[in-house]
Design a protein around this ligand. Structure first.
Ligand code: G1P
Ligand code: ZN
Length: 547
């Protein structure tokens, strides 16, 4: 094939290709419109072209296997080839988990990668799809770049593609398209290679040999292929350790979101008399994780704190100690207390993984996490669900205790952040925007006011100055801190695809840790109801989801 096959296709801009917290995420039928995927892919390349000549560069492509993954990949391969990349790497069957993409970009020194995923959102013709661009460090594109992509998408007039047969995505091998080598590669290899540098696989094998049992729910997302390979093939866990392990285009019709509601079968199996020792689940694209003990669910904030507490002593990849830790602003302050004890810094960032990347690149942070079931480290630049499960296995392989005991011991030493997130979904977009606008005005004057049997000591709309590049992110969430250390936080989701989603976060700190959560948080929940006027504005009595 020669350059003669390159075609310049005239197109018109779509006005809605603005990436959110985690890429461009919308209903699948929007992506299925003629030219929609093509426009966005070309806008990515056009926004980067000024600074880069693609002829020496590698681009990675892959996704979580949801409906439209394959069709979108065929289009993007052609556009990438027509734009003159030296090499395009595609995970076999179009598969790459989000952390595996990050590992692949870093290990192969790729210029970046295009991920096809809407993460934990349901998949299918009537559900969600997404496209996300990751940069050379393996992490999501920062705001400056996504903003440029959006600007480009508003003025695009043409895209480049080429005429060719579809690539056989299911067979590993290389095809030449134009001047580009398109290689279908094993989606497991690079990622597994990175994990093997961090963990003592021998110690984990011994743990399984001693009769330890894990139940891992892949929720029919992409982690099934990774989990079977790592847990069952490499670590010798019995087959059947991974449930719902087959990636399905519609995730079996369910939300591939690892929380207690959507992983009901796993939650049930953890309460049976002969329950596994550790329960875990990941979301559709493999960056989120949930950890369950036999008697409770480990909140992501506690999981992050326990990991930070034990990593250096239990895991080879972290033996030299942590450079620092980081958490998103709404995430509980449990890890802050561990950082204080370890004598390292804890950075507080806005919601969204992209803010951790700069800290890691600058060597300021080794381990980080978010309340939304995201945990990770500087081995990649995405959160990493399977990594988190391996961390727990690695700690248990050394400590030889139960998950319950590990968490209870943590509470005994550090105290406990009682924590919940309440989501109000599908709110009217305009009223939700107005509500946040009004609160933004109001909070500035609230310091000193009594609330929930305490007093407000800090109230603002969180803003963040990146310590590495000095960039400022404004309006990152209304936060209220009380004199007793409790916090109420409210922000609008940046990943929803229909209407607005309000997230309210509640945190209350107590020494020890055995009280029931609801009564602990009730005064904060009631205060937030009044402050946000949810009933009056939206006629809502209760959240859509509690996690
Ligand atoms: C949500 C989570 C956030 C996470 C993001 C991508 O974003 O809250 O922590 O980084 O999904 O997985 P939100 O919808 O709140 O903007
Ligand atoms: Zn995800």
């Amino acid at each position: 094939m020669t350059d003669d096959s390159i075609r310049i296709i005239q197109t018109k801009p779509f006005n809605d290709q603005k990436p959110g917290t985690s890429g461009l995420r919308k209903k699948t039928r929007i992506f299925e419109q003629p030219h929609y995927v093509e426009n966005f892919a070309q806008s990515i390349f056009d926004s980067l072209r000024d600074s880069t000549d693609f002829s020496g560069e590698i681009l990675a492509i892959g996704g979580d296997g949801r409906y439209y993954n394959r069709a979108a990949i065929q289009k993007i391969i052609r556009i990438a080839a027509a734009n003159g990349f030296r090499r395009v790497l595609v995970g076999r069957s179009g598969f790459l988990s989000t952390p595996a993409m990050s590992a692949l970009i870093r290990r192969r020194n790729a210029m970046g990668g295009i991920l096809l995923t809407a993460s934990h959102n349901p998949g299918g013709a009537n559900e969600d799809f997404g496209i996300k661009y990751n940069i050379r460090n393996g992490g999501p594109a920062p705001e400056g770049i996504t903003e440029r992509i959006y600007e480009q998408s508003l003025k695009i007039e043409r895209y480049l593609t080429l005429e060719s047969n579809d690539i056989d995505l299911d067979r590993e091998g290389t095809t030449i398209l134009g001047r580009t080598e398109v290689s279908i590669i094993d989606p497991l290899q690079d990622y597994t290679g990175v994990l093997q540098t961090l963990f003592d696989f021998g110690a984990m094998q011994s743990l399984f040999q001693s009769g330890f049992r894990l139940c891992f729910d892949a929720m029919h997302g992409i982690t099934g292929i990774y989990a079977r390979h790592i847990f069952e093939n490499l670590l010798g866990a019995p087959s059947g350790t991974v449930i719902r392990g087959e990636p399905l285009e519609d995730f079996g019709g369910l939300h591939p979101d690892p929380n207690q509601l959507h992983a009901a079968e796993l939650v049930r199996s953890m309460s049976l008399p002969n329950a596994p020792d550790l329960g875990a689940a990941c979301d559709g694209d493999g960056d989120r994780n949930m950890i369950l003990s036999r008697s409770f669910f480990v909140t992501p904030g506690d999981s992050l704190a326990v990991i930070a507490q034990h990593a250096a002593e239990c895991l080879p990849g972290y033996r030299s100690g942590l450079k620092g830790v980081a958490r998103s602003m709404p995430t509980s302050a449990a890890v802050d207390r561990v950082a204080a004890k370890l004598g390292i810094r804890c950075h507080e960032t806005p919601t969204g993984w992209k803010f951790f990347g700069n800290l890691m690149d600058a060597g300021l942070c080794t381990i980080c996490g978010e309340e939304s079931f995201g945990t990770g480290s500087d081995h990649v630049r995405e959160k990493d669900g399977l990594w988190a499960v391996l961390v727990w296995l690695g700690i248990l392989a050394v400590r030889r205790t139960s998950v319950d005991r590990l968490v209870q011991d943590h509470w005994r030493i550090f105290g406990r952040s009682y924590y919940q997130r309440h989501d109000y979904e599908q709110l009217d977009l305009k009223s939700a925007g107005e509500m946040i606008g009004e609160l933004r005005e109001k909070v500035g004057k609230m310091t000193g006011i009594s609330m929930a049997a305490s007093r407000i000591v800090q109230a603002d709309d969180f803003q963040y100055t990146d310590p590495v590049d000095g960039s400022v992110s404004l309006r990152q969430g209304i936060r209220i801190r009380l004199a007793d250390g409790s916090r109420i936080i409210g922000r609008l989701s940046g990943t929803g695809t229909e209407g607005a989603t309000l997230r309210l976060y509640f945190e209350r700190y107590m020494a020890g840790g055995d009280a029931p959560i609801e009564p602990m948080l009730q005064p904060l929940i009631a205060a937030a109801g009044d402050l946000f006027q949810l009933k009056m504005r939206f006629h809502r009595d209760a959240p859509s989801v509690i996690t």
